[in-house]
Design a protein around this ligand. Sequence first.
Ligand SMILES: Nc1ncnc2c1ncn2[C@@H]1O[C@H](COP(=O)(O)OP(=O)(O)OP(=O)(O)O)[C@@H](O)[C@H]1O
Length: 206
Amino acid sequence: MLKIQLQEASKRFQYEWIFKNLSLQLKSGESLAITGGNGSGKSTLLKCLSGVIPITSGKINWDSQNGLIPESEWYQHLSISAPYLELPEEFSLRELIQFHFNFKKPLNGITPDELIEILYLDQHSSKPISQFSSGMKQRLKLGLAIFSDVPLVLLDEPTSNLDKKGIIWYADLIQKFQYNRILIVCSNEPREYEFCLHKLALEDFK
Ligand SMILES: Nc1ncnc2c1ncn2[C@@H]1O[C@H](COP(=O)(O)OP(=O)(O)OP(=O)(O)O)[C@@H](O)[C@H]1O
């Protein structure tokens, strides 16, 4: 069980406030959509929530059944898929999945071959990532994030580069594997976050 709590959290870069006085609480089983136009601060909020960059004022707490989790350990409990995160291009698909599962336990004990099949990339398991199309890379990023056994899954622009089939595939995966964890989606596309229980429009926190 994970609980994330923001109390009056604010973030500023130089003289620009990205969000101000943001308070919210999320616990396992809940989902949040963070919406807003380009440059509104969605990715910045995601980075603050995951401890990659600090907030300017206020508080963010991560609570587990064993008490508060120190900020330096947050990264162990989350997975993230985002356009700005690069995949190591020199690995083959199978090598990358094996490498990833050295750090994050696979969800439900899924094997690399089972994951490759779910990603419908079975024809490409020995191909280096550098030769993947942008849609194939996107499915891979989503698969690695969703199939990591972590209590927080962060998805930034999850359907970018996906075709129609990929978008249906994404919606189906989310439906099957969102239970019992916190899911946060940053997006401008209703189809990416319709299922989210909570919605947060960054324009409301300027
Ligand atoms: N490291 C940084 N230093 C200074 N300003 C930054 C930094 N990172 C982001 N910003 C600024 O913060 C604002 C929000 O950027 P952010 O990337 O969070 O927006 P976004 O909502 O994710 O946008 P998009 O939909 O285009 O991905 C922008 O004005 C951006 O220039």
